[in-house]
Design a protein around this ligand. Structure first.
Ligand code: KIV
Ligand code: NA
Length: 263
C-alpha cells in the first residue's frame, strides 16, 4: 500500500481524477475512510459542532485539534491527513508556525486555514517552513459573527471576482490545495479552471477537483436539518463502511454532487 503524498493531489487534478475527501475526528472512523479509499481525511474544526455540540466552530482550541489529530492519525495509512487551524490560532506568521508545528507533530500532513489575501503572508511563512497549506474560501465558518450567518458567498459578480482573486493569491503564496465552501457552481468551476492547484468543493457544485462533506452530515447523525449540499449515504446500505464506499464511488464517477446539492 503506497501512501498518498501532497504532490499526488496535483497529479490527480492534472489527470482528471476526482479527489475524495471526508472529515474524521477519531481513529476508528479515520481507518474506515482510509480503507474505503478516501484520499484526504480532514480533522475539521467542524468537530466543535458535531462532536462537542457547540453552536459554532469558534470555541474549538488548538489543544482540541491536537487531541483529535493524534486520534485520527492512528487510523490513517494511505490518505493525506489535513487538519484545520482553529479560530485565532493563526493571527500572524509566527503564531501560525507555532500552531501548525503542534498539529504536524500530532500527525497532520497539511494544515488548513480560512481566508484569502489577508492570509497571504501567513501562508508564505508556513510554506517556507515546508508545512503544506490548504486554503479555504467562500463560506468561512470562523467569520460567522462578522458575516451574519452561514450564507452562500460569491453570488454577485463583484463578490465572485473577489473570491477568484483570493484563490489566485493563495496559490501564489504557495498553498497546495483550496477548499471552496458554499459558492455558486459556476464560480467554483471558473476558479478550478483558473488555478493549477486542486480545489475541493463543499456546496460548490460538481466541477471542483474533489469533494468533501462533514462525516456526520453524510451519515445522517448531525442533529437538525441536513445541509442542502449533503446527502445521507447511509440510506439504503447496511453499514457505515458501505456508506463511505458509496460516497467514494459516487464522487469518483461524478455522480455526487448533482445540481440538487449545488447553488
Ligand atoms: O471543518 C470542516 O469540517 C471543514 C470542511 C467542511 C471543509 O472545514
Ligand atoms: Na473547518
Amino acid at each position: 500500500l503506497k501512501a498518498l503524498t501532497i504532490p499526488d493531489l496535483a497529479e490527480m487534478k492534472a489527470n482528471d481524477k476526482k479527489i475524495v475527501a471526508l472529515t474524521a475526528y477519531d481513529a476508528s472512523f479515520a481507518r474506515i475512510l482510509d480503507e474505503a479509499g478516501v484520499d484526504l481525511v480532514l480533522v475539521g474544526d467542524s468537530l466543535g459542532m458535531v462532536v462537542q455540540g457547540q453552536p459554532t466552530t469558534l470555541p474549538v482550541t488548538l489543544s482540541d485539534m491536537v487531541y483529535h489529530t493524534r486520534c485520527a492519525a492512528r487510523g490513517v495509512r494511505r490518505a493525506i491527513l489535513a487538519v484545520d487551524m482553529p479560530f485565532a490560532s493563526y493571527s500572524g506568521p509566527a503564531q501560525a508556525i507555532d500552531s501548525a508545528a503542534r498539529l504536524i507533530r500530532a500527525g497532520a500532513h497539511m494544515v488548513k486555514l480560512e481566508g484569502g489575501q489577508k492570509r497571504a503572508e501567513t501562508v508564505r511563512a508556513l510554506v517556507e517552513q515546508s508545512i503544506p497549506v490548504c486554503g479555504h474560501l467562500g463560506l468561512l465558518p470562523q467569520s460567522v459573527h462578522q458575516v451574519g450567518g452561514y450564507l452562500v458567498q460569491g453570488k454577485d459578480e463583484k463578490a465572485a471576482q473577489a473570491i477568484l482573486q483570493d484563490a489566485i493569491v493563495l496559490q501564489e503564496a504557495g498553498a497546495s490545495l483550496l477548499v471552496l465552501e458554499c459558492v455558486p457552481a459556476t464560480l467554483a468551476a471558473e476558479i478550478t479552471a483558473a488555478l493549477d492547484i486542486p480545489t475541493i468543493g463543499i456546496g460548490a457544485g460538481p466541477d471542483c477537483s474533489g469533494q468533501i462533506l462533514v462525516l456526520y452530515d453524510m451519515l445522517g447523525i448531525t442533529p437538525g436539518k441536513r445541509p442542502r449540499f449533503s446527502r445521507n449515504f447511509l440510506q439504503g446500505v447496511e453499514d457505515i463502511p458501505s456508506a463511505i464506499r458509496a460516497y467514494v464511488e459516487d464522487v469518483r464517477a461524478g455522480r455526487f454532487p448533482t445540481s440538487e446539492h449545488s447553488f
